[in-house]
Ligand binder design. Structure first.
Ligand SMILES: Cc1cc2nc3c(=O)[nH]c(=O)nc-3n(C[C@H](O)[C@H](O)[C@H](O)COP(=O)(O)OP(=O)(O)OC[C@H]3O[C@@H](n4cnc5c(N)ncnc54)[C@H](O)[C@@H]3O)c2cc1C
Length: 384
């Protein structure tokens, strides 16, 4: 793969995705199934290892290329939420892991031998206020003993490894609330049933999210990623990449909706004319198109900054907000264009509509992005 040739990447991803048509995804959604075949093929083709350096068996490309992969997956009608975390979670291991940890995990993640698909941060009682999380990890010799609870942890039943954020120093014993948190890499298969209880959450989309209960789970001290007490930095580091990639997924969803709406508006004849001949039908689709293209520019801008190693917090956040809102509006227009047929599952739109709604809430909600921009970019007074 050439890093400057995104059209080549896009074409290859499209070809791969064509083997997994929309009925495949409809079936997954209906049955709550996990698309192992798809994830394995994406891994085998090297697309999930795009960000892993060549020295560790990956392609060594940038977030711009990774964004192109995620966008095309979504544009094909697939749900990238089944595998996207691996792209950005491994960045924490890459940037903060020891050489021994990188050697142990990254080549196996690149080859598909190990899946690193889960990221355990959110808790039921503290939500977005991450630094108030209550899960603790207490050092006991060579291990840390983890107790607490997490919620909405996705793909945990289909992963080998999870990055887990827990408090190792009580909040009242640190000067800054971001201190005293530690990131661990957890062997999920070993932990499950041995201090980790996993309970699936029945939810609106097929995202395989679960509640996790930790009851004296022992995690080796050697599994700390980065330094003890500095886990917030480890997690934060991957968040800009996560926002850019999720934004790219939204661009893919948005383009999917615009393609579908345009095609239907050209074909569907009512009152002896294609519905798309009516400007009342055309204009909302044209506006959705313009919104998505504008968001795509911000995604590309943020990705380029990220790949240059420049500060891209504001751009990554704006890309995520603009793209998630644009994809939702495009989905709404696509629904409207299809009339009653929008509700028929065989048209696939309602599934994509549900899936794209997530991204105004997770991984970070719109209000929190606005708050970031207000405080950190516009220098407005701190709210919380
Ligand atoms: C399908 C799904 C998959 C997920 N997967 C994962 C995962 O794999 N790993 C993981 O760790 N988490 C995951 N999450 C959790 C997700 O990141 C959180 O749901 C999200 O960050 C919002 O947190 P919350 O739900 O606790 O909302 P809350 O923090 O309770 O916020 C609720 C609402 O209040 C608003 N709000 C809160 N405080 C303020 C404020 N000060 N000012 C203005 N508005 C405010 C928020 O914007 C939001 O709209 C997932 C969630 C879902 C639904």
């Amino acid at each position: 793969m050439q890093s400057d040739d995104l059209s080549h990447i896009r074409e290859s991803v499209r070809t791969l995705c064509a083997g997994f048509g929309e009925d495949y995804w409809l079936d997954m959604d209906r049955t709550g199934g996990y698309p192992s075949d798809f994830v394995e093929e994406l891994t085998r083709a090297g697309f999930l290892g795009v960000l892993i350096p060549e020295a560790y068996g990956g392609s060594g490309l940038g977030v711009r290329e990774a964004a192109a992969v995620m966008e095309e997956v979504c544009r094909s009608g697939a749900h990238a939420g089944v595998c996207h975390a691996q792209m950005y979670v491994m960045g924490s291991v890459l940037r903060h892991g020891s050489e021994a940890q990188k050697q142990a995990y990254l080549p196996k993640i690149a080859s598909g031998e190990l899946r690193l698909q889960s990221f355990g941060v959110t808790e039921p009682t503290t939500g977005t206020d991450t630094t108030s999380l209550k899960t603790t990890a207490r050092k006991d010799g060579d291990v840390y003993v983890v107790n607490g609870q997490k919620v909405w942890i996705s793909r945990i039943e289909y992963t080998d490894l999870m990055l887990l954020l827990a408090r190792t120093t009580p909040r009242d014993q640190v000067t800054k609330k971001t201190q005293g948190l530690t990131t661990f890499i957890v062997d999920v298969k070993q932990a499950s049933g041995n201090g980790l209880d996993i309970r699936p959450i029945e939810s609106m989309i097929n995202h395989h999210s679960c509640e996790l209960f930790f009851d004296d789970l022992e995690v080796p001290a050697a599994n700390i990623i980065g330094r003890e007490g500095e886990g917030f930095k480890v997690i934060l580091d991957g968040m800009n990449a996560e926002r850019i990639l999720i934004a790219a997924e939204c661009v893919g969803d948005g383009r999917y909706f615009v393609d579908k709406a345009s095609a239907y508006a050209r074909d569907r004849v009512v009152f002896n004319r294609p519905i798309g001949q009516n400007q009342g039908v055309q204009f909302p689709i044209a506006r959705a198109y313009a919104d998505i293209e504008a968001a795509a520019l911000m995604v590309d801008h943020a990705a380029r900054l990220f790949d240059q190693g420049a500060d891209c917090g504001a751009q990554a956040n704006m890309a995520k907000m603009l793209a998630s809102e644009a994809s939702w509006r495009a989905g709404d227009i696509c629904m409207q264009t299809h009339g009653g047929f929008a509700f028929a599952k065989e048209y696939h739109i309602e599934r994509k509509f549900r899936e794209t709604r997530l991204y105004q809430i997770a991984p970070i909600s719109t209000n929190l992005i606005l708050s970031y921009l207000a405080e950190h970019v516009l220098d407005l007074p701190r709210s919380f």
